[in-house]
Design a protein around this ligand. Sequence first.
Ligand code: GLP
Length: 265
Amino acid sequence: MRVIITKDYDEMSIKAARIIAEQVRRKPNSVLGLAAGSTPLGTYKELIRMHREEGLDFSSVITFNLDEYYGLAPDHPQSYHYFMFENFFKHVNINPKNIHTPDGLAKDVKAFCEKYEEEIKKVGGIDLQLLGIGRDGHIAFNEPGSSLAGRTMLVALAEETIKDNARFFKSEEEVPRLAITMGCGTIMEARRILLLANGENKADAIAATVEGPVTSQVTASILQMHPDIIVIVDEAAASKLKRKEYYKYVNRVLEEAGFLNFRCH
Ligand code: GLP
């Protein structure tokens, strides 16, 4: 794992956006796996700026979102589909035909999930997957106890997640109890993964993910098994990492030697 610790949220967002932009410039028809939530908002903002001011071109980019609440229509203001359009898609030149988000209204959920997996395969797999993390260490909606090899599926949300996500709804009761999510197995097949976290309330989850054992109780810990994973966290989210100074040292040494972009960590 390569762990990059930034001074604050803005620096985390800018670094993440640069990595995504570099991917898109290198391969204009990149397949990006995208995440909703507050964490990547700054990254999307910076990508929009790069599109407007530097001509970053999304016209051939293909996207797959990680998850969606089950029971919410795409135009529901709290759906992740709506979130993605409001905060990213409608501000860049992405072709709507290239956007994929799980269907929160799918009637035949099993068939939908299989189709989603098929569609990812058909375009050659995900080149770069962006991830946030839940306070309980979940990625996408893979709650503690989910299979670390799981594929896209319907899941029940954990109580903690319902409470955390209630801030976007009028009340806790309104938060859907079910969601469709890519599984950990689906996520792990991405060629490169970028995990972001900021704020003190993510510090335990980050410590468990980076330095704890690989366990389905912290589904993000499976990322330790990925050959190209970059974790970008601000100082607050990094505050419980035991080897914090070492991670900083690694990046400093690699940078000084001009090797920072080599995938050796
Ligand atoms: C949700 C999403 C995750 C997200 C996490 C953190 O439950 N399903 O994909 O990473 O919460 O969200 P936030 O970035 O708002 O803290």
